[in-house]
Design a binder for this molecule. Sequence first.
Ligand code: 1HE
Length: 268
Amino acid sequence: MMNRSQNSSAFNLPPSLRAEQHDKVAVLRLNRPHKRNALDDETIIGIEQFFTSLPDGIGAVLLAGEGEHFSAGLDLSELKERDVTEGIAHSGLWHRAFEKIQFGKVPVVAVLHGAVVGGGLELAAAAHVRVAERSAYYALPEGSRGIYVGGGGSVRLPRLIGVARMMDMMLTGRTYLAEEGQDIGLTTYLVEAGNGFAKGLELAQRIAGNTPLTNFAVMHALPRIAEMGPASGYAIEALMSAIAQADPDAKERLKDFLEKRAPKVTRS
Ligand code: 1HE
């Protein structure tokens, strides 16, 4: 595996973020462990900058956090002076940045450990695959802080875990452990402590090996089709599937299988 030198400067990132590249996978690390990777404005702007300036040739992103926790969510120290208008603009900033993750150029795998709370959970929810180490736990402490989610949580989390569970998390402060997260749709893969990065990288590399058109269809068409009525959904699916299979790369892959050069689907 190639591990190219740090290239944070190429993305013009703040010190709270660090980027590196492993072959076709770009890695973005939250790098503010002394503040438990709390997300201040500078970090959110940096995240948007990173996801909008991914170079050609990158096929997937791996998102991880330094230190003992993935992220403690919104930097609460920036909150106290904001008025209503500024609050709306702030939430809009998060929406824009996280939209670039969910509906950006390439799929994103998040590696989670320790606290994945508040805005940290909203960030994780924008990723396409979540690998959680056993230490990870999920919570929405906004309720107890007298605030509300602002990073797209009301839109993404009900689609992952349901409205009732999100209500419970916000009203009662309920925490879900990484293992419980598997049952409710937050943890996509559960791994032992210290194994998250390697597992996440393996998955990201596999994703990066798909054809760009398939990854585009999964990221951009699938969630939209899921929101449509069935009749529109079938029509868009038919178009998307015809477009994907007409791609020369897809034709090549099908030929490889038919001529017995491609791997078979196995149990593990
Ligand atoms: C912070 C933050 C933060 C830590 N903003 N500074 N999020 C929360 O309500 C979660 C708040 N944080 C915690 O519950 C705990 O810090 C943790 C469970 C995440 C970690 O505990 P621990 O014992 O490892 O660390 P700590 O001693 O609590 O924190 C270390 C430092 O990080 C300390 O600063 P220091 O200067 O005293 O060393 C903390 O103040 C600081 N810190 N978390 C600012 N969140 C778009 S809307 C989204 C809305 C939300 O995300 S609300 C949820 C906010």
